[in-house]
Design a protein around this ligand. Sequence first.
Ligand SMILES: Cc1cc2nc3c(=O)[nH]c(=O)nc-3n(C[C@H](O)[C@H](O)[C@H](O)COP(=O)(O)O)c2cc1C
Length: 202
Amino acid sequence: MKLLHIDSSITGSDSISRRLSRDIVARQRAIHPDLQVEYLDLAAQAPQPLSLNALGFRAPAQDDSLTEAQRLENEVSEALVSQLLETDIVVIGAPMYNFTIPAQLKSWLDRVAQAGRTFKYTESGPVGLLSDKTVILALSRGGIYSANPDMEHQESYLKSIFGFMGVSDIRAVRAEGLNMGPEHRERGLAQAQADIQALMAA
Ligand SMILES: Cc1cc2nc3c(=O)[nH]c(=O)nc-3n(C[C@H](O)[C@H](O)[C@H](O)COP(=O)(O)O)c2cc1C
């Protein structure tokens, strides 16, 4: 069994989403002793945002007509989508920045959302191709969005795009209210731990 562990927080060892994703992966290792884990730290190394050179997977060209820059960008996209396709479980540490996910994580998603690989177009609309995968989101955010869901484009976006790619088993661990004072922070951290316990029991 394979697990892909992704982090995207820029706050290094202070990061809550990193702490949560690490905890989830450690528990998955305990459950599945044969687990093979690959790690992507997108804050340290992320694919470039999409560019004309990186669009090869959307408009395939004959190999000999590719420029060197296009060939290299295609290699990056191919490596990332192949890694995802070979994975059984994806654990993603994702903080909220400006109401959504970090740009580095969006860049990774832009590389793996590939027609014919992770979803396909049919006459009745798009169909996701990742139905055999489980995605576990380790989410951190400074505020609380239950009373203001229109501003929340982090968890809802990740659930939408993985749902679009066919994943129905999407679980979320949430630490929220982290920047609303010590009481809220403690409550948010305790809730995330409770979410992890519930995840393991499920
Ligand atoms: C650049 C930046 C933008 C942020 N924007 C938001 C935001 O829009 N909403 C929110 O609730 N928290 C926001 N926060 C707070 C973070 O979500 C919060 O500190 C969280 O713990 C960060 O995750 P981390 O601890 O894994 O780094 C922002 C933090 C940073 C650094």
